[in-house]
Design a protein around this ligand. Structure first.
Ligand code: SF4
Length: 376
């Protein structure tokens, strides 16, 4: 695929990614953020180059790569301490109690050789009831102590409801949510984004590729590839552009494990070509044709339609890592976290009601069987 406007390896103004305001924080962030699942040694050149291109929003979590991602960032700051103030640093925890959150935060600070985190996320919430007063009190204390500047959450599940509820709370500064060309045009998602914008919450989109490369079993696939090729960018770059066209999205968090992907994404951020109405329509058509292969994270629908408390959305996401992102290692790593008893339960459940209700028309039962066999 031809990629135009590859940035030179030097840093000059023309090769620095543009910025947008992040909610009401007063901070400008680059429209391209670095999703860091990093190896400690291999990542240093990538991080250095990211800074040169202005990709200075770094997102990690205490669990990524078993802690090595935070250590890689710490190694970088150890070598280039002057760069710390250039970086909008985000990390996250799954911890549910104040004590365990503090322990995780302190460990993140130590690993990353920094005194503060710019934005601290409660990781991967399913509903706003996870954002109780205890969380707010904990965040205020961490802020008073100077350990965090801003607080928020990330979500892959029931994103629209999480955003709407988060906007009502009054103490959320930033949210990172699954958001892409498949999800961004629904009325529910538009309403949720609008509510956050009104509340002054900074928004970061993740999983912007909407399930990976375009598939060859869609009738629209050839039209899409040809159309974007003529304009000089790949379908992956087009999907980033689709999200950036909503100016309410401050940044895209993209995992960039190698220089090729970093360069391609920076080139897309620098390129001023907009998607046309026809491009957007074709992407939406493609999304519709391939919807049964993409889980939209609306877990309230399917998980309430089966006879046991099981994480259908998680399994679908892990399957996406394996099949669409070709990252079986990560898929297996996350799948192992589901208790064996629950996996057995999932193999024996009747999913027919869930399948009837699934807006994406996914073959949930078949996919669960395949995921648990392929990835265990
Ligand atoms: S399987 Fe279907 S209903 Fe369940 S989260 Fe995915 S898209 Fe939504």
């Amino acid at each position: 695929m031809a990629l135009k406007n590859f940035p030179a390896l030097a840093s000059d103004e023309a090769n620095v990614v543009p910025t947008r305001p992040f909610g009401k924080t007063g901070i400008e962030v680059p429209i391209l953020g670095f999703g860091t699942s990093l190896h400690v040694s291999f990542s240093q050149l990538l991080l250095r180059q990211a800074v040169k291109w202005g990709v200075t929003y770094w997102d990690t979590a205490n669990t990524y790569m078993g802690g090595n991602s935070e250590k890689a960032i710490g190694k970088y700051f150890g070598k280039y301490p002057q760069d710390r103030k250039k970086i909008f640093l985000v990390t996250k925890t799954h911890a549910a109690t104040a004590e365990s959150r503090t322990r995780d935060l302190n460990l993140s600070l130590e690993r990353m050789k920094t005194d503060y985190i710019d934005l601290f996320f409660i990781h991967s919430i399913w509903g706003a009831d996870e954002l109780d007063n205890q969380t707010r009190t904990w965040a205020e204390k961490a802020r008073r102590e100077g350990k965090i500047r801003f607080i928020g959450f990330s979500t892959h599940s029931n994103m629209e409801a999480c955003l709407l509820e988060g906007a009502k709370l009054g103490w959320i500064d930033g949210i990172m949510m699954t958001y892409n060309y498949r999800l961004m045009h629904t009325d529910d998602m538009r309403r949720a984004v609008d509510a956050c914008v009104k509340a002054g919450i900074g928004l970061t989109a993740m999983k912007t590729q909407g399930g990976g490369q375009v598939r060859s079993d869609s009738h629209t696939e050839l039209d899409l590839a040809g159309r974007f090729l003529q304009k000089g960018f790949s379908d992956a770059q087009a999907k980033l552009k689709a999200v950036w066209q909503n100016r309410n999205i401050a940044s895209i968090c993209s995992e960039m494990p190698n220089m090729t992907i970093l360069m391609a994404n920076v080139a897309a951020a620098l390129d001023k070509t907009q998607l046309s109405a026809g491009d957007t329509q074709l992407l939406q058509q493609y999304a519709h044709e391939t919807r049964s292969g993409y889980c939209a994270g609306c877990t309230d629908i399917c998980e309430s339609a089966v006879a046991a408390d099981v994480p259908i959305g998680d399994v679908m996401r892990h399957l996406m890592y394996a099949r669409s992102y070709d990252n079986r290692e990560r898929a297996r790593h996350y799948l192992k976290k589901i208790p064996e008893k629950q996996c057995q339960q999932m193999l024996n459940l009747d999913y027919s009601s869930a399948e009837k209700k699934c807006p994406q028309k996914m073959a949930i039962g078949k996919l669960i069987q395949e995921a648990l066999k392929e990835l265990s």
